[in-house]
Design a protein around this ligand. Structure first.
Ligand code: FAD
Length: 651
């Protein structure tokens, strides 16, 4: 049975995506470190002309082999598996741990402050640079297609700071010019619009229904401003209980003050302490089908559902049920920054076909011009990175991939030491290098394991930055005629494995052409938040992380094929025929944790936050990364890099 179902789904199709070590790597302990890129005698796989991570498919993101050294440090087994570290004899002005946007920006700011001859080493445990800002490439029927493996766009709930905006401009990115490159009319002109997929396990039947909202994907919002006509159609089509239909109509069209007698501030204070799911159930008294329908609507922002997002934030997102409360439009205390509307910030938006990997690539080009040919933003999209140039002894800046920092310590007392020694694991061996200063631009949860000399209070604060686990899956399709037949551009699927399925924004830029005809190959994007509804957010993230690390690519692939077959099958989609390649970008350590008024009391009360404690400089070590601002956006990664550079430049 299983075999014939698998054949229908196309699991047997030989495509180059399957990562043969995936299953083993997921469960392997430190004793079996799969240093998969390193042949026995090869200490520099990046020098091979065949080394080109963006074109790899299968399990990407935190790919097999990237996290074993860090997990062995966590488990206390690392030092049993490697010999005595070998001294590289290398001495730098600055060693940066983490080659994401924060680490790359830190290198850029440091050079600006200290001159272009400053010697900098950037270490990253992944096989590609950019951190979450990763590029996925596909070639289907001789057409080149790009996808974003993580960071989607330049966007932020609050306006970019002068520093972050300044860097974007220095890279040659003209954000206001975005409208020249995106064809906003393409999908509407083909009759495509956002829809909701109701699945039979959750709602009794598989059905694709036109969404109430015109916004796309899992942030479809299903906002309070649905037009009467759309709502009427939705109520006629949606496979939800009759009572749920009445309740949905009531939520949208019969505003009620559920807290009469309270001031706006008092109401907001109450909303900050109750989840939106409980508000809908216990305060608005709606049928459970409504709660199920909205459950995943905030996954794309928080990586958890409405059970773990405050009703006050739901109000900020314009979800229904609040009109009758007549709340003062000013943000309430303890609101998550994502939930605070800001018109200026909304206008500052740019989506590149490979997401913010373009920012990472432009930064790398500035740091190591030979690594990415070209001179302008417009030529970066088709430029092929030369990984062999990233780590050359003649270059003042070196990026060393596949290298996990495992120990960072001052040589002597932190207050008076002149140097920091960084030990890193690479290809099953440990090495040391020295620097006058170090910036830890890596994930904060890692830092307590690699920098033992930090004060305990700071280590606790660093450890509390539990990242949000996510899957960003790209599926290359031979065509998207099924989307056209079904009139759908994006799908919100609250009960499915991936809760969002989207045609990418149609952006053509710098010689790169997006798919314009449904008969052409396209990359569709699917999003999953690994969460466990009903528990505190950090606990959900912890369990979700375990889930993502322990699920094989084969299992994920089967779920992807099944989901697409069920959703798009009525439009003629055949997964065995239409899927050309799958890249799952697994991010068990995804978004930076953002404070939440349901679980983080300090966020309502004010005072020093954990990220402020976590990012304090220590001797010659400064701490960057988006975690340092508890804010999951590119601009924060840049802001924190700048602060860290200022701190070490002063020291
Ligand atoms: C799936 C996803 C989508 C996102 N979408 C957006 C978006 O659309 N817009 C937006 O503004 N922001 C978005 N963000 C957030 C944004 O990507 C981040 O805020 C930003 O890129 C973080 O950059 P960073 O350098 O701080 O961290 P990272 O990108 O995480 O880089 C840190 C690097 O350090 C490495 N590292 C960790 N430990 C070690 C070690 N011991 N040794 C060596 N290296 C180590 C990590 O592996 C990683 O490569 C998204 C994030 C995710 C996960």
């Amino acid at each position: 049975m299983h075999d014939s179902k698998d054949r229908e789904l196309g699991m047997h199709r030989k495509i180059t995506r399957r990562d043969f070590i995936n299953g083993a790597a997921v469960t392997a302990g430190a004793a079996m470190m799969p240093w998969h890129l390193f042949a026995a005698d090869d200490q520099a796989p990046e020098k091979s002309p065949n080394y080109y991570p963006p074109a790899l498919t299968g399990m990407r993101g935190s790919h097999p082999g990237s996290f074993d050294a860090a997990h062995a440090m966590r488990d206390g087994t690392f030092w049993d598996t490697v010999g005595k570290p070998e001294d590289t004899g290398e001495a730098y002005d600055l060693i940066i741990v983490g080659g994401g946007i924060s680490g790359l920006s830190a290198a850029h700011f440091y050079r600006k402050a200290n001159g272009g001859k400053a010697r900098i080493l950037i270490l990253d445990n992944h096989d590609d640079f950019g951190g979450h800002a990763k590029r996925n490439e596909f070639r289907v029927n001789d057409q080149f297609r790009l996808g974003f493996g993580g960071t989607y766009s330049i966007e932020s709930p609050a306006p970019y700071s002068a520093v972050a905006k300044g860097l974007i401009e220095e890279l040659g990115i003209d954000v206001p010019s975005y409208s020249k490159y995106v064809d906003k009319k393409l999908y509407p002109s083909l009759g495509l619009r956002p829809k909701i997929f109701f699945d039979k396990e959750t709602f009794g039947v598989d059905k694709l229904v036109t969404s109430i909202s015109s916004r796309s994907g899992n942030e479809s919002g299903e906002g309070s401003g649905a037009s009467a006509e759309l709502l009427k159609q939705f109520l006629a089509d949606a496979p939800i209980a009759d009572q749920a239909k009445k309740d949905l109509q009531r939520l949208h069209q019969e505003p009620k003050d559920y807290f009469p007698g309270l001031t706006s501030d008092q109401k907001k204070a109450k909303l900050a302490r109750i989840s939106y799911a409980n508000y809908l159930k216990d305060v608005a008294g709606v049928h459970e089908d409504i709660v199920k329908m909205y459950q995943a609507v905030v996954h794309g922002l928080f990586g958890v559902g409405i059970d773990a997002v405050a009703a006050q934030d739901a109000w900020g997102f314009d979800l229904p049920g609040f009109a009758g409360l007549k709340l003062d439009p000013a943000p309430g205390k303890g609101m998550n920054r994502d939930a605070i509307p800001n018109e200026e910030a909304e206008k500052y938006f740019f989506h590149f076909p490979d997401g913010n990997a373009s920012i990472a690539r432009l930064l790398v080009r500035k740091l190591i011009p030979d690594a990415i040919p070209g001179t302008a933003m417009s030529d970066v999209f088709l430029a092929k990175a030369n990984y062999a140039k990233l780590d050359e002894s003649t270059s003042p800046v070196r990026i060393r991939l596949n290298s996990t920092a495992v120990r960072v310590k001052h040589l002597g007392d932190a207050a008076s030491a002149k140097e920091v020694e960084v030990t890193y694991a690479r290809g099953g061996k440990a090495y040391t290098a020295k620097a006058r200063n170090t910036i830890l631009a890596c994930w904060h949860v890692v830092i307590p394991y690699i920098c033992e000399e930090l004060p305990d209070k700071q280590k606790d604060a660093l450890a509390s930055a539990q990242k949000v686990p996510l899957l960003y899956t790209n599926v290359a399709l031979r065509n998207w005629t099924s989307f056209q037949k079904l009139g759908v551009s994006s799908v919100y699927a609250p009960g499915m494995y991936h809760t969002g399925v989207n045609l990418d924004l149609p952006v053509s830029i710098g010689g790169y052409q997006c798919a314009r005809k449904p008969e052409e190959p396209i990359v569709i994007h699917m999003m999953k938040a690994a969460c466990r509804p009903g528990r505190p957010a950090r606990e959900q993230h912890r369990l979700g992380r375990i889930e993502l690390f322990s699920t094989t690519f084969e299992t994920m692939e089967r779920k992807i094929r099944e989901q697409l077959a069920r959703t798009l099958g009525p439009g003629g989609f055949d997964p065995a025929r239409d899927i050309a390649a799958i890249t799952v970008n697994r991010w068990p350590h995804g978004y930076a944790y953002e404070y939440n008024s349901l679980f983080d009391l300090f966020w309502l009360e004010g005072g020093e936050t954990p990220c402020e404690v976590a990012r304090k400089p220590f001797g010659r070590i400064a701490i960057a990364n988006a975690d340092a601002g508890a804010y999951a956006y590119t601009d924060e990664a840049i802001n924190q890099a700048y602060r860290a550079v200022v701190e070490i430049t002063k020291s």
